[in-house]
Design a protein around this ligand. Sequence first.
Ligand SMILES: Nc1ncnc2c1ncn2[C@@H]1O[C@H](COP(=O)(O)OP(=O)(O)OP(=O)(O)O)[C@@H](O)[C@H]1O
Ligand SMILES: [Mg+2]
Length: 266
Amino acid sequence: MYRQYFGLKYNPFDKEISTENLFLSKDMKELDSRLKYMLDARGICLVIGEPGSGKSTILRKMVETLNHSLYKPCYLPLTTLTVKDFYQAMASLLGETPAYKKYALFQQIQNCIQNLYYEQRVTPVIIIDEVHMAPVPVLDDLRAIFNFKVDSANPFVLILAGQQHIRNKLSLNTCYPLRQRITMRYSMQGFSADETIEYCKSRMKIAGCTSEVFSPSALAAIHSVSGGFPRNINNIAVATLMYCTEKKLLTADEETVYQANIETGI
Ligand SMILES: Nc1ncnc2c1ncn2[C@@H]1O[C@H](COP(=O)(O)OP(=O)(O)OP(=O)(O)O)[C@@H](O)[C@H]1O
Ligand SMILES: [Mg+2]
C-alpha cells in the first residue's frame, strides 16, 4: 500500500538487502578494514554490538567477497549449546564427517585446520556468530581447540561476533586465556545522525521516490528513536511510511515518527 502511495518500486528498507547495496557506514568501513587486516595477520577477533547493529550483515559481506582459493569460510551461528554439538557443527562446516567421541572430534578439527593451512595453503576463516549465547564451557573449549603448538603462527582466522553481554562472560576468570588471545576488537557504534539522514534519503530516492517524505525533524526523530541501529531504522522508517499512507500525509515530521512508533509498538 505505502509503496504505491509514495511511488516506490520496492521497500527501500527491506531487510533482505543484497551485500552490494549495503550502506557504507563508518562501522562498515572500519570493520571491513580490520577484517582485511585479520585475514593477513590471522588469530582471534571479537566483534561486539547491540542487536541489529549490522554485525552479521558485515560478516556475510566478508564471506561473499573472500577469495575461496585462499580462504575457507565456515559460518557457525551458535544455536547449539553443548561442547560436543559445537564440535560436531564445526567439523561438518570444515567438510568432515564428524567423529562420534568428543576427543576424536577435537583431533579431527585441529587436524583439518592444520591440513588446510599447511598442506593446501588455504586459511580457514571460522566465524562464530551469536557468541553471547555460548555457555562458558564452549568458550573455554574454544581456546583449547584453537591452540596449536606446532607453530607460533596461527593457522586460522577466528571471528567471534555477538551482543554486548559477551563481555561479561569473557571477563570471567575461566575465560581469561581466551580473552588474552583476542588480538583485534571492534565495537559497533551504529549510524551517526548524519549517516541516518543520508541512509534514509538515499534509500527512498533509489527506490524511486521523487519527493522528500521525511522532513529534517522526522529524520532526527528516526535517529533518536532507533539509536542509529540499522534494524531499528528500517522498522521505524517503514512504520512511518505506513502511518503516512493511512493518514493520507505526503510528508512526515517528528510527531508522525513518534505516533507511528507508538502505533506499531516498536
Ligand atoms: N550497512 C547496512 N546497510 C543497510 N542495511 C543494513 C546495514 N547493516 C545492517 N543492515 C540491516 O540491518 C538489519 C540488522 O542487521 P544484522 O542482522 O546484521 O544485525 P546484528 O548486529 O547481526 O543483529 P543481532 O545481534 O540481532 O544478530 C538487517 O536486516 C540488515 O539488512
Ligand atoms: Mg546477527
